[in-house]
Unconditional design. Structure first.
Length: 338
């Protein structure tokens, strides 16, 4: 690779002059700048950002670690985070824990080794051990799609209790008195909160908690939804409605119903969560609880950047927990034909 010494030799100047042309061009005469830049262009020299970071002790990269980049919801979160980071002149490194605490721990170690500027994290480890270990590195981080319970860090999340209540109340108002909850891994706060919201709605309607039949899954993807749909079809007293912890699960349940010839919504109504793009484009457009994913990502990045600027000597930073409100989007998967 072409180095800064090669540029200095070809341009007939010192290494310090080349460095000034790149970093402090106002200190160099116009003629020298043109000559050095011409050599840089001809040789194809690119400065080593990693070396600059080692000298400065500061990275221009923000890391985003999410549960599943196969879920369009997290793609939208990444879009929002990238937009805010680019406006600040920073890049975003997006990584996927695959809902695996061990992979999450490996990535957090990598972020510490690379001295990233900060981390946006949707935790996969329900115990909090990974976060506790990462905190020792004094790298700012913000939790995304998760409330920072019992910690002092910033977080940006959605009120999932309210979202679960919206979904269940919609089904209750449509006349359903037996509802399945396809929940995903029970260790995730989001899964528990959405279930809690559904139970609140049932209680407000004077219905028993047994009205909600939980169908847990190991993952939050379409395949897990198809498996849950098959189990639902095998129940002797099959619920007439299904509330899924995310849209991918709901799409899997929808596929299982189609394969079995069960009409949606006439025989089984389905509500998802997240309102990803595919929800509206499904064979039977899905009713879903919308999360403002892009806004969540951009707000989390802005909080992180504010904290990193404070650590650089700017005005002080106050940790905040931002809780956004969900919205029910009604489509054909819950609207019976009259």
């Amino acid at each position: 690779m072409v180095g800064i010494k090669d540029v200095a030799r070809d341009a007939g100047v010192s290494v310090g002059t080349v460095s000034n042309v790149i970093n402090r061009p106002d200190l160099v005469s116009e003629e020298t700048r043109r000559r050095v830049q011409s050599v840089i262009d001809r040789l194809g020299y690119v400065r080593s950002e990693s070396a600059r970071q080692l000298r400065a002790g500061q990275s221009r990269i923000v890391a985003l670690l999410v549960l599943d980049m196969g879920n369009p919801f997290f793609v939208d979160v990444a879009r929002g985070a990238e937009r805010a980071a680019r406006e600040a002149g920073l890049g975003v490194m997006v990584c996927n824990s695959a809902q695996n605490p061990a992979e999450e721990a490996d990535y957090l170690s990598l972020f510490a080794e690379q001295r990233v500027r900060g981390v946006l994290l949707t935790p996969a480890d329900a115990t909090g051990h990974n976060i506790a270990a990462f905190r020792r590195h004094n790298i700012p981080f913000v939790l995304v799609d998760r409330v920072a319970e019992g910690t002092t860090e910033c977080s940006v999340s959605v009120d999932d209790v309210a979202g679960g209540a919206l979904a269940a109340r919609h089904l209750i108002d449509a006349g359903h008195r037996s509802i399945a909850y396809v929940s995903g891994p029970p260790g995730f706060n989001q899964v528990r909160d959405r279930r809690q919201g559904a139970l609140h709605a049932l209680a407000q309607a004077g219905l028993s908690p047994e009205t909600l039949h939980e169908l847990p899954t190991e993952h939050l993807d379409v395949a897990a939804g198809r498996d849950a749909g098959a189990r639902l079809l095998g129940l002797a007293d099959r619920p007439t409605a299904v509330f899924c912890a995310n849209d991918l699960l709901a799409l899997g349940v929808l596929q299982a119903m189609f394969a079995a010839g069960v009409s949606v919504p006439d025989e089984v109504a389905i509500v998802g969560y997240d309102d990803i793009e595919f929800a509206a484009a499904a064979a039977v457009p899905l009713t879903s609880v919308r999360q403002p994913a892009v806004t969540m990502g951009s707000m989390a990045a802005e909080l992180l950047l504010e904290e990193t600027e404070a650590s650089d000597g700017a005005a002080g930073h106050t940790h905040r927990r931002v809780v956004l409100q969900p919205e029910l989007v009604v489509r054909r998967s819950t609207l019976r034909q009259r």
